[in-house]
Design a protein. Structure first.
Length: 560
């Protein structure tokens, strides 16, 4: 992995260190606890923690809990679990925006006294109308020049709960004619009668993110506040908040922006992900079709593969969309070295070896990994009947078909060469079983095993030494690409209508017996099929395996 390669963020940090602007690097990861972390968060998460590690500094975990309407302890605990799973630790401490509510309030009162903020009574629609457009300046609110004593009294009464929601806001007094629309007297506080999961009903006014976030950064001594590119336009406000509060804050953080992570056929909006969960379109936040880290962990994605993925896509300021195949390549590349091999058939077809000695069992020893002998081997007991994949047999083969068909020979992985003689059908023409003759002198490792044949090597399971299992096969959740800009547009299409109806297929197959005793979360390469991970839904006598990723690596093929 190339996690240590440089990027423009680290170049800027090194320049700051060289110029003496900061003596110690202190970063923070500030998730909002209103949903589970997803792959889109990983770019910021990894950058925050990795930067602190690179420069021997600290990284804080600070939950942005400024919106009690959608936040919950469930999300907090899962966010912490996901961070640890990725291999990071918040060496600077664990904090919450709500830790600073009182300090934010003190700063707000200070601003009012200094003429930097006022209580406004415009409605949301009126405020939007007064704000202006990208080409036209805004106009001052009728309440903008009210005496500071009046604003301070109203603000204190807002805190006391005397006014209904939406009736009043506290706004910063900056410049309604600013070319940057974010600087046109942004709201700093709103009234919200929602019980907070940490502070209860102590507060009925809550600070806005643009106000609370820079204050939290400065109070914690953050040196570099890294965020996605959509916050670039907010940087002047970030700096303004810190500057106007400097007499009450111990540090002056620097905000740096990078492009967000977009991926094909993937929903990155937590609002939409919540809709999928609450609407029953998926089985929960950890449904393996979801892009959440919990779902990816359940599906069998590895922490290292995700870190490698972020390293490959790199850090830039140019918006782009990454093909999902790049992430799959990273997963496949990592599991290829780590995952033991096993044999499983997803759509079993019985094969009878007609010349097999009656009642005989043959031990077949298979390596657990062809490149890592230290991972050991396992033993199967082969008998007269075995199962192969139904797709590995054709009664009338197509051109260049080299698997099993009447008259053709194939090799069974680790065992014998067999010749297909015939197939048995039911009255409707469905194939019930295939009958073969086994070359008893061709056992793997014997002199006869070297005989050249045209047929392929097939995976298989012995009928008397296998167990049933369920295979869950996943495809992208969306049937077509989603334009991330379109997601937030008022006239967006209904993304639910774009859900892929074939995103999940379940197969009832047969697999090696030892797989029943493996731990939940264990990953294996099912030969010729893909990488699979054992699911928590598994029963002792009927395991469930999620297909993590197939064996075909389209990304690697494209880059060769």
């Amino acid at each position: 992995m190339e996690e240590a390669r440089s990027n423009f963020i680290w170049d800027a940090i090194e320049q700051d260190l060289a110029e003496g602007r900061y003596q110690e690097i202190h970063t923070r990861f500030p998730p909002e606890p209103n949903g589970y972390l997803h792959i889109g968060h990983c770019k910021a998460l990894i950058m925050d923690f990795l930067t602190a590690e690179k420069y021997g500094g600290k990284c804080n975990l600070r939950f942005d809990d400024t919106n009690p309407a959608k936040e919950d302890t469930e999300y907090v605990e899962n966010i912490k679990k996901d961070i640890h799973w990725l291999g990071f630790h918040w060496t600077g401490g664990e904090y919450y925006a709500s830790d600073y509510y009182e300090k934010c309030y003190e700063i707000a009162e200070d601003w009012i006294r200094r003429g930097l903020a006022y209580v406004d009574e415009l409605s949301k629609d009126e405020m939007r109308e007064y704000r202006g457009t990208l080409t036209e300046p805004g106009k001052n609110s009728p309440w903008r020049d009210r005496p500071w004593e009046e604003s301070l009294d109203l603000f204190r009464r807002m805190r006391a709960g005397e006014f209904p929601e939406g009736s009043k806001t506290l706004r910063a007094k900056i410049d309604m004619a600013s070319p940057n629309i974010v600087m046109r007297d942004p709201a700093m506080y709103r009234i919200l009668y929602k019980e907070h999961w940490r502070t209860g009903n102590t507060w009925c006014i809550y600070p806005m993110y643009d106000f609370a976030h820079p204050i939290g950064d400065a109070l914690e001594g953050i040196s570099h506040s890294m965020c996605s590119l959509e916050y670039e336009i907010h940087r002047p406000l970030y700096d303004w908040v810190v500057e106007k509060s400097a007499n009450m804050l111990p540090a002056r953080p620097r905000q740096l922006e990078f492009s967000r992570l977009n991926m094909t056929r993937t929903v990155m909006s937590k609002r939409y992900l919540r809709q999928l969960v609450e609407g029953g379109y998926v089985a929960g936040w950890d449904d393996p079709r979801m892009p959440t880290l919990s779902a990816m962990r359940r599906r069998g994605y590895t922490p290292q593969s995700i870190r490698n993925f972020v390293s490959i896509i790199g850090m830039s300021k140019a918006d782009s969309t990454v093909d999902y195949a790049v992430l799959e390549h990273c997963v496949r590349d990592d599991l290829g070295e780590k995952a033991p091999r096993a044999m499983a058939v997803l759509d079993p077809l019985k094969v009878v070896l007609t010349n097999w000695p009656e009642g005989e069992k043959k031990e077949v020893i298979l390596e657990n990994h062809p490149d890592h002998p230290e991972m050991g081997s396992r033993t199967l007991h082969m008998g007269r009947e075995i199962f192969i994949e139904r797709d590995d047999f054709m009664e009338v083969p197509v051109k260049k078909y080299q698997r099993m068909f009447p008259g053709n020979e194939v090799r069974l992985k680790g065992a014998y060469i067999v010749r297909c003689d015939e197939c048995v059908k039911d009255e409707d023409g469905n194939i019930l079983e295939v009958r073969c003759t086994v070359d008893l002198d061709s056992f793997s490792g014997s002199a006869g095993a070297d005989r050249k044949i045209k047929g392929k090597t097939l995976h298989w399971v012995p009928a008397d030494d296998c167990i049933p299992f369920e295979a869950r096969l996943y495809e992208p959740l969306l049937g077509e690409d989603v334009d991330e800009e379109e997601e937030d547009a008022p006239d967006k299409k209904d993304f639910i209508s774009r859900l892929n109806p074939e995103s999940l297929a379940m197969k009832q197959g047969l697999c090696e017996r030892f797989l029943a005793e493996t731990e939940v979360g264990a990953s294996f390469q099912f030969l010729r099929t893909g990488y699979f991970c054992k699911d928590p839904d598994s029963a002792p006598d009927h395991p469930v395996f999620n297909r993590t990723v197939g064996l075909r690596d389209t990304f690697a093929k494209q880059t060769r």
